[in-house]
Design a binder for this molecule. Structure first.
Ligand code: PMP
Length: 418
């Protein structure tokens, strides 16, 4: 066990992590009498003061329902909500704000596509291609659809390092494939998948692609036009924004051809008991009162990210991950699960003779928050022959000192189990 890996030069480079940390009030909190070391960012990220303030401002000064009001506050709230949509459009470099649908999160975005596009396009004998490293939210909706339609899932295998087998992927694509749905960055392994190449191969076979970006947007610039995907999903709470708000990007032509997902207010143009006509996209997919404050809070998070040099952030996070990987690899009996060449934000590991839940509990006593379990990736755990892993996941505000605290706390685990 060794926490003394040399700190790379970038530690003193332009990315000023201490200044950023000051923006996140929770990072000043004590947990069990110690300064919080928050390494559970893949589950949810902490919020900068700007996001917290924006929520207080909405409810304190600007609250009203949107779209149908003619009074001042309703117009203000509508403008803020639609501005948030344009902020997401710019963040993803989507061609048009009508391609941005507000949903509850990645899970709801995928369910929307499964219910709407899926039910319209998938029939008996058809196939949907996923990968072995998908989160349950990118497996179960498709499984439910397949059961209903008599279709089946095909699964891209994952190598021992945690990389997708693209040759196998190519062989899976066929005349019955209706959709490919793959994760951009694995929440359990940290693997960054070559989504651009996956889209190229799928489009070559005439198949649209959904990318689950839940773990990507907080760590790298995402450009849906450069990726070329047809759908892209992410959750606000994983990019320093509020819970209960997320985004589905969909190509306009596809969204326009898809039937609504839920019925209700705001998604209609006119209703009679005989017939309802639907609103234009994206409103067709936003039935009922949406999470207005959530969208505005997400916009504040996006504005916060836009002020950060993302290239410097990427370099810093990359070096932090390398430092942590090297430091953890020195821990006796520790094995990292997921050693892909391209990784971001996540280290999953197992310790000889110690159940991951015991690791998590002992680390918690030291004020170090990590996650243990199957990470909603049971098929992937099965693939690696483990019931669970311990996972440290990083965000832009984590530090080398926190990695050292993790390694120090793991030393305590060894003492307990010695
Ligand atoms: N996909 C991935 C890769 C995830 O990490 C998560 C959240 N852990 C989800 C989907 C689901 O996101 P949410 O719970 O915010 O809908």
């Amino acid at each position: 066990m060794n926490g003394a890996v040399p700190v790379p030069a970038v530690w003193r480079a332009p990315f000023d992590v201490e200044r950023l940390r000051a923006d996140f009030p929770i990072l000043r909190e004590l947990v069990r009498g110690r300064r919080l070391v928050y390494l559970d960012n893949a589950a949810t990220t902490q919020k900068p003061q700007a996001v917290i303030d924006s929520l207080a401002r909405v409810y304190g000064q600007e609250n009203a329902n949107i779209h149908r009001g003619v009074h001042f506050l309703s117009e203000l709230a509508t403008a803020a909500f639609e501005d948030a949509r344009r902020a997401v459009q710019r963040l993803l470099n989507a061609p048009d704000p009508r391609e941005i649908v507000f949903v509850r999160g990645t899970t709801e975005a995928i369910n929307l596509v499964a219910h709407s596009f899926g039910r319209q396009q998938v029939g008996a004998g058809d196939e949907i291609v996923l990968s072995e490293m998908e989160h349950h939210s990118n497996i179960v909706p498709w499984q439910m659809l397949c059961e209903e339609r008599g279709a089946r899932l095909r699964v891209i295998p994952v190598s021992d390092r945690g990389e997708l087998d693209l040759d196998a992927f190519e062989r899976l694509l066929g005349p019955r494939t209706k959709l490919v749905s793959v994760v951009h960055v694995s929440n359990a392994l940290g693997t960054v998948n070559p989504v651009r190449r996956i889209v190229e191969l799928a489009h070559g076979a005439g198949v649209p692609v959904l990318v689950d970006g839940a773990q990507a947007v907080a760590h790298m610039p995402v450009d849906v036009q450069a990726i070329g995907c047809d759908f892209y999903a992410f959750s606000g709470h994983k990019v320093f924004g509020p819970t209960g708000i997320g985004v589905l990007y969909g190509r306009q032509a596809l969204l326009e051809a898809m039937p609504p997902y839920q019925g209700g207010g705001d998604m209609i143009r006119s209703v009679t008991f005989e017939r309802t006509t639907y609103n234009d996209v994206p409103h067709k997919f936003e039935a009922g009162t949406p999470n207005i404050a959530g969208a505005i809070g997400l916009r504040a998070a996006i504005d916060y990210l836009r002020r950060i040099d993302l290239a410097a952030m990427g370099a810093y996070e990359h070096d932090l991950l390398e430092y942590a990987t090297e430091a953890l690899t020195c821990v006796k009996g520790l094995r990292v699960v997921g050693t892909a060449a391209e990784k971001s934000g996540v280290i999953s590991f197992v310790l000889d003779e110690v159940h991951p839940h015991d690791i998590g509990t002992i680390l918690d006593q030291e004020g170090v928050a990590i996650r243990t379990g199957h990470h909603c990736c049971q098929p992937l755990m099965h693939r690696f022959g483990v019931p669970a892993t311990a996972r440290a996941s990083f965000a832009l505000y984590n530090t080398y000192a926190e990695v050292d605290a993790l390694v120090g706390a793991l030393r305590k685990v060894h003492e307990v189990f010695a």
